[in-house]
Design a protein around this ligand. Structure first.
Ligand code: BTN
Length: 335
C-alpha cells in the first residue's frame, strides 16, 4: 500500500456504519451491536466517538442507542464498503487517498504487486490526473469522483473495448438515477450533458497477444466543480453535474451508485450479456446513426456510425461503402 492511502478497515467501523445505514432515521441499539460484533459496549462507544471525529453526526440515546444524522462530504472507505455490502467484486477493497498523482498509477502498481480484481482507489484530489489521448484531467480536491478499478477479465485483448462501453453505460445510468436529465454518451465513453462533457473514462491495459493481464479502469466524474475550477480553455466544453443541474450533489452517495452500476454491468459482461449492455449504450449514444469524422492515430476515417460489433468496436460505413471497425480515437460530427 502506498503512503498516504487510507485503507478501509473492513471490520468494526464497516459493521457499525452498515447497521446505522440499514436504519435510516431509526436507532440501533448499542447493546445489540456490541453482541453482534462480539465486542464490548465501551468499544462500540469508542468507535462512534472516532466516527464523529471523522465527520459523522451520530446521535446517541441511553435508551435507544445510536442514529446516523448526517455523513460528511468526504469519501470514507469504510462507509463505501458498508454501503456496497459483501459479495461484490468491484469495491471488495476500497482505498481513499487525500491526494495522489493519478489513481490509475496507484492501481497499476497494485496490479503489478498481484492486487485482487475489484480493488478501487479513490483520490479526493489528483495532481497529475490524465485523460485519453495524452490530455490532463482537472481533479480539484473534494469536488469530483476520481477513481480507478483493477479488473482481470479472462478475455482476449481485443475484447477489452467492451469495458469502455460497459463503463460509460454504467456511469451514465448512475448519474441519471441521481436525477440528472439529458445524459448522453459520445463515443467511445465521454458523458455529456447538454453537449458539455461531465465525465470521462480512461482504460489502460497490460496484455499479451492472447490474454489480458489486467485492466485499469479510471473514471472521472465532475460532480461539484464550479466554473472557476476549469481552465479557461475548457469552460465552454466541460461542465459539472452541479453546474448542469443547479444543485450540489452528494458525492459519496454518487460514488456508491456508480460502483453498484459498474458491478452490475461488469457482471453482465462476465455472463455473456454484452449485447444487452451495448443496446443500452446505443440508446444513450448521440454518435450512432450520424455522419462522423474519426481521428484514429494519424488517420482520418469519414462515414456513418452504424453500431457496435461484439467486441465493442464502432462500425463505420465509410465513404467507400465498406464497414470498418474502429476501437479508439476521437469523433466529431461531420457537417
Ligand atoms: C478522458 O475523458 O479523457 C478520460 C478521463 C479519465 C479521468 C480519470 S480520473 C481517475 C483516473 N485517474 C486518472 O489519472 N485518470 C482517470
Amino acid at each position: 500500500m502506498n503512503a498516504g492511502g487510507q485503507q478501509a478497515h473492513g471490520s468494526t467501523d464497516v459493521a457499525i456504519l452498515a447497521a446505522l445505514r440499514r436504519e435510516p432515521g431509526g436507532f440501533v441499539s448499542g447493546t445489540e451491536l456490541a453482541a453482534r460484533l462480539g465486542v464490548t459496549r465501551a468499544a462500540i462507544s469508542a468507535r462512534v466517538r472516532e466516527l464523529r471525529a471523522r465527520g459523522y453526526d451520530i446521535a446517541a440515546s441511553p435508551q435507544l442507542g445510536y442514529r446516523l444524522e448526517a455523513a460528511p462530504d468526504r469519501l470514507v472507505g469504510d462507509d463505501l464498503l458498508a454501503q456496497l455490502g459483501s459479495g461484490v467484486v468491484i469495491g471488495r477493497d476500497i482505498r481513499v487517498f487525500q491526494e495522489t498523482a493519478s489513481t490509475n498509477d496507484v492501481v497499476e502498481r497494485l496490479a503489478r504487486d498481484g492486487g485482487r480484481e475489484g480493488v478501487v482507489v479513490f483520490a479526493e484530489a489528483q495532481t497529475r490526473g490524465r485523460g485519453r489521448l495524452g490530455r490532463s484531467w482537472v481533479s480539484p480536491a473534494g469536488k469530483g469522483l476520481w477513481f480507478s478499478v483493477l479488473l482481470r477479465p479472462r478475455w482476449l485483448p481485443g475484447e477489452a473495448t467492451r469495458l469502455t462501453i460497459m463503463a460509460a453505460n454504467a456511469v451514465a445510468r448512475a448519474v441519471e438515477a441521481a436525477g440528472v436529465a439529458g445524459v448522453e454518451i459520445k463515443w467511445p465513453n465521454d458523458l455529456l450533458v447538454r453537449g458539455r462533457k461531465v465525465a470521462g473514462i480512461l482504460i489502460e491495459m497490460q496484455a499479451e497477444l492472447d490474454r489480458i493481464r489486467h485492466v485499469v479502469l479510471g473514471v472521472g466524474v465532475d460532480v461539484n466543480l464550479e466554473r472557476c475550477d476549469y481552465p479557461p480553455a475548457l469552460r465552454d466544453s466541460a461542465t459539472s453535474l452541479k453546474l448542469a443541474t443547479g444543485r450540489a450533489m452528494d458525492r459519496p452517495a454518487l460514488a456508491v451508485a456508480v460502483l453498484r452500476a459498474l458491478e452490475a454491468d461488469y457482471r453482465r459482461l462476465r455472463e455473456g450479456r454484452f449485447p444487452e449492455v451495448a443496446a443500452e449504450w446505443a440508446d444513450r449514444c448521440d454518435t450512432l446513426g450520424r455522419e462522423v469524422v474519426l481521428r484514429v492515430g494519424e488517420r482520418e476515417v469519414r462515414g456513418r456510425a452504424e453500431g457496435l460489433d461484439e467486441s465493442g468496436a464502432l462500425l463505420v460505413r465509410t465513404e467507400h461503402g465498406r464497414i470498418e471497425p474502429i476501437v479508439g480515437g476521437e469523433v466529431r460530427l461531420a457537417h
